[in-house]
Design a protein around this ligand. Structure first.
Ligand SMILES: Nc1ncnc2c1ncn2[C@@H]1O[C@H](COP(=O)(O)OP(=O)(O)OP(=O)(O)O)[C@@H](O)[C@H]1O
Length: 417
């Protein structure tokens, strides 16, 4: 797939831009802090409804504005779809497909598939387990958009159940066995059921995803760092102890009734952990506490891998995701945010080879020398300037082209107005 038109309004440092893009590589060149990453972040947002840099939406709105718009016309196998999302301050966001409002923004998920590799990705290897869970869940939602709703439902139940655990714990510490505390205890069983129902669906989907993803990541790692040890992915679940022993086999293929088996194990673990959960007032069992272990040879990458190995692993996770989505039938749009400068020659070559074969790849770099020659086809300059409306990014002409070509057919721009 590729993005044919990309439009932004009041997103970060961009006041308004509408850009015609072609398949193949496009490079955005500009000095640090001039707004290149903001462009990729916006397109990533349209694909995942989250930013790769911040957890909330507020920083995405251009300073002083209360509404940002991101839109794209996506071409997939000759078929075009226009999608856009309105990011609002203090009001729910809104999505549109071909200019028709969707019931929920997440209905646009899956239309634009992207894989973004950015300097922040080192945290996939060195950061908290939450970064790795997020990687899995985003990929899951890209492949199976419905899973974004499952994750949202799970999070809602989790918040509710955590609040009950706190109330029950507070009441028990005060020695009170009536009132709010008793009510909380009495309703916990119901919430255990909801948590296990949504959680088992998420968990089974993650395990199935991992089974498919792991060989792609191992292969990508081998091509980037052939002299290093093999890269393995292992899912470690807080529900694991209660699962039948065959689930511990990392090569086990998921079965259609896994979800029911996981749900039963989930309830067993919740029952076992109940006292401790009430004492601590937190939910200790479930996919929100699980870990995706990244292993090099027989050691965990986190804490043992060198800087170069950690970079290779992070890159292999992204390239593995790219290769899995490609195997599903269509290339996702590949986005490479200022990463070539960070890579040594071998990894640069491996990444450039994948990028050159992608249907569309968007690359940012500070200087032209950072971009491998085979990818330096279409180039746009990005420059920020101080104006009376603040510091704003703009595209500048390079190679004699006029990058500020308006969106002549108005497809996205019409939707954004
Ligand atoms: N919400 C916002 N409103 C206005 N400007 C913003 C907002 N958020 C970030 N910026 C501005 O965007 C600029 C950073 O843009 P971006 O991260 O895209 O830079 P970059 O060109 O990718 O730089 P680097 O090469 O250093 O990564 C900064 O000048 C910052 O002040």
């Amino acid at each position: 797939m590729y993005v044919r038109i990309f439009s932004l309004r009041d997103f970060r440092s961009w006041e308004a831009v509408s850009l015609n893009l072609a398949p193949g590589p496009t490079v955005f060149l500009g000095r640090n802090g001039h707004g290149k990453t903001n462009l990729l972040e916006a397109l990533g947002y349209l694909s995942t409804l989250t930013s790769h840099r911040v957890s909330g939406d507020a920083p995405l709105l251009r300073t002083g504005t209360s509404r940002a718009l991101v839109g794209a016309v996506v071409v997939n196998g000759g078929r075009e779809l226009g999608i856009d999302v309105e990011i609002n301050e203090g009001r729910p966001n809104r999505g549109r497909i071909n200019q028709s409002p969707t019931r929920r923004p997440r209905e646009i998920l899956g239309i634009l598939r992207t894989v973004l590799f950015a300097p922040e990705d080192l945290s996939l290897v060195r950061g908290d387990p939450g970064d790795r869970r997020r990687f899995l869940d985003e990929l899951l939602a890209t492949r199976i958009p419905r899973m974004s709703g499952v994750r949202a439902d799970y999070d809602k139940v989790l918040r509710q159940r955590s609040a009950l655990l706190k109330t029950a714990g507070g009441a028990l510490r005060r020695g009170s066995r009536s009132g709010d505390g008793a009510n909380a205890l009495a309703t916990l069983d119901v919430w255990d059921g909801h948590l296990a129902a949504h959680g088992s669906e998420l968990l089974a989907a993650r395990v199935a995803l991992l089974h498919e993803l792991a060989p792609h990541v191992a292969e990508a790692y081998r091509s980037i760092a052939p002299e290093s040890r093999p890269a393995l992915l292992r899912y470690r679940s807080t529900v694991g102890e209660a699962l039948p022993p065959e689930f511990a086999d990392p090569d086990r293929a998921p079965l259609s009734d896994d979800r029911e088996v996981i749900e039963a194990a989930f309830l067993t673990r919740l029952a076992q952990a109940r006292t401790k959960e009430i004492e601590r007032g937190v939910c200790l069992v479930g996919p929100h506490r699980d870990e995706l272990d990244l292993i090099l040879g027989d050691q965990p990458a986190k804490g043992f891998a060198s800087h170069g190995e950690s970079w290779s692993f992070a890159l292999a996770l992204r390239l593995g995701a790219f290769s899995l989505l490609r195997a599903d039938g269509t290339d996702p749009v590949l986005m490479l945010d200022d990463v070539f400068a960070e890579l040594d020659r071998r990894r640069r070559t491996a990444l450039a080879a994948v990028a050159a074969s992608a249907e569309q790849v968007l690359i940012t770099a500070a200087v032209p020398e950072d971009v491998p020659a085979e990818l330096a086809a279409v180039r746009f300059g990005v420059r920020a300037e101080d104006t009376d409306r603040g510091r704003l990014s703009a595209l500048t002409a390079l190679d004699g082209d006029d990058p500020t070509q308006p969106d002549l057919d108005g497809t996205v721009d019409g939707a954004l107005r």
